[in-house]
Design a binder for this molecule. Structure first.
Ligand SMILES: [Ca+2]
Length: 99
């Protein structure tokens, strides 16, 4: 490969941080990839519908209310939750942001 610049590991930046969410438990059903703050999941069609998630990078706060209100769950890089009922958060999340 010409003019190759090695892709060096870099500190996490907001632009690269990612959390995947699913509408069903066990990482099943429709998946949505979220890579930035989202104050209103109605826009993504997944309001009050997320049932499982996996954090690729970044520390995220998940809120029951829109615009980051009624915080109830935070998750860290590498964390995954197969069933949000275990965190009292099934079908409740309405906004997500890095925290
Ligand atoms: Ca909600």
């Amino acid at each position: 490969m010409a003019a190759g610049v090695a892709a060096l590991p870099s500190p996490a930046s907001a632009a690269n941080e990612r959390i995947d969410v699913w509408l069903d438990a066990g990482f099943n059903g429709h998946r949505t990839i979220i890579m930035g703050n989202n104050p209103d999941l109605r826009r993504s069609g997944i309001d009050n519908a997320i049932s499982s998630l996996r954090v690729h990078s970044g520390r995220w706060c998940l809120f029951d209310g829109y615009n980051y209100t009624k915080s109830f769950i935070d998750v860290v890089p590498g964390e995954q939750i197969a069933d949000l009922t275990t965190r009292n958060g099934n079908d409740k999340i309405s906004s997500i942001r890095l925290c």
